[in-house]
Design a protein around this ligand. Structure first.
Ligand code: CA
Length: 359
């Protein structure tokens, strides 16, 4: 694939060098394939890949085309990192924490329990050391990365029975995303890895007791409210999960400087657009869910406190045994401390005042 792009680029260069005008009709000179880890029905998450591809095509005047594929279409949803690393596809759109089994450091490019919120994650990436550190890590997998979407803080999921205290977590079989299982399990829970499309049936049959996906807009589409009445918040394991565009390094290096800039700009646009979609669509979905009988509940304090304690222990252990985690997490944790010190004076106070007013 990569070689074909190279040959095509060389062909165009040859035409230009010979002083012959290239054909003006929009025959793409560069064609890439993007595999998402998500189904097409999720127009917010999967949609970011389409938004990105459309921008790339428009900015390049049709000379750079990227076809987008749902998880499973050309690559298994959780096989996208291998595919990008091997160069069988040029790029993927995914939640990097799915790959914590390869190395826990993948989670730091996405979300860890009690991690950065969406604004903080974007700040760490673009203006802190986040992007530099994650790219240094992804280089081991022959990939580079661009932030491409964030859901904002997620909900804590759907429960068939009420969670009154930490005791109710013991033995609870729950579909919980990626890396969060490493905190949920020491709390007594039983994390289950189930792809998005199979969660509904498992919850309906009672194979699992609880399941989390994202938030009101996506969860309503998947119909979880029909099979579990209690909807808990917040999703403390995903305060601001970031999606990434992962690109095979050789494929990226083969692009012209112009196309590299196009990829960077289109990804940044899609990054902002996804968060905007969630922020604009979640409020109405939550109203509809509550109107249809969903019971909203905050997690009990002892659940939050235990989860926080367990997560800090986990991060200490990982820092002692995983040098990549240790290096990235040290910077991440410093940024998180400073950022929360600042946000408590501004966003937190402003938001809490506004939310208490009759608007
Ligand atoms: Ca989730």
């Amino acid at each position: 694939m990569d070689r074909r792009s190279l040959i095509k680029n060389a062909g165009i260069a040859g035409v230009l060098a010979a002083g012959v005008a290239p054909a003006v009709h929009a025959q793409a000179a560069v064609r890439w394939r993007l595999s998402s880890s998500f189904p097409k029905a999720l127009d917010t998450i999967f949609g970011a890949a389409d938004v990105f591809a459309a921008k790339v095509k428009a900015m390049s005047g049709g000379k750079f085309e990227i076809s987008t594929h749902a998880g499973g279409e050309i690559t298994p949803p959780f096989g996208v990192v291998d595919a990008v690393q091997q160069g069988s596809i040029e790029c993927a759109h995914t939640a990097p924490y799915y790959f914590f089994g390869k190395n826990e450091a993948f989670a730091l490019g996405c979300a860890i329990p009690f991690g950065l919120n969406s604004r903080q994650m974007t700040a760490w990436m673009y203006q802190g050391n986040g992007l530099t550190l994650m790219r240094e890590f992804y280089a081991k997998y022959s990939m580079t990365s661009f932030p491409m979407g964030n859901t904002g803080a997620q909900m804590g999921g759907w429960y068939r029975k009420e969670i009154k205290s930490i005791k109710d977590i013991k033995g609870l079989k729950m579909r919980i995303g990626g890396f969060a299982g490493k905190v949920f399990e020491p709390m007594g829970g039983v994390p289950q890895n189930i792809p998005g499309g199979e969660i509904y049936t498992a919850l309906e049959k009672g194979t699992i007791d609880a399941a989390e996906w994202v938030g009101p807009y996506d969860d309503q589409k998947l119909g979880f409210n029909k099979v579990a009445p209690f909807y808990y918040y917040p999703g403390w394991w995903e305060g601001g999960p970031q999606l990434d565009l992962l690109i095979n390094q050789k494929a990226f290096d083969a692009l012209s400087a112009e196309n590299k800039a196009i990829v960077e700009s289109a990804a940044a646009y899609a990054h902002t657009d996804m968060q905007a979609k969630y922020d604009a669509r979640n409020p109405a979905a939550l109203k509809q869910l509550v109107g249809a009988g969903t019971k909203l509940r905050p997690f009990p304090n002892d659940v939050m406190a235990e989860a926080f304690k367990v997560s800090q222990q986990l991060y200490s252990e990982l820092s002692a045994k995983n040098p990549e985690w240790a290096k990235i997490y040290a910077d991440y944790a410093k940024f998180r401390a400073d950022s929360n010190l600042w946000f408590r004076f501004t966003e937190a106070r402003f938001d809490s005042f506004m939310q208490a007013q009759k608007l």
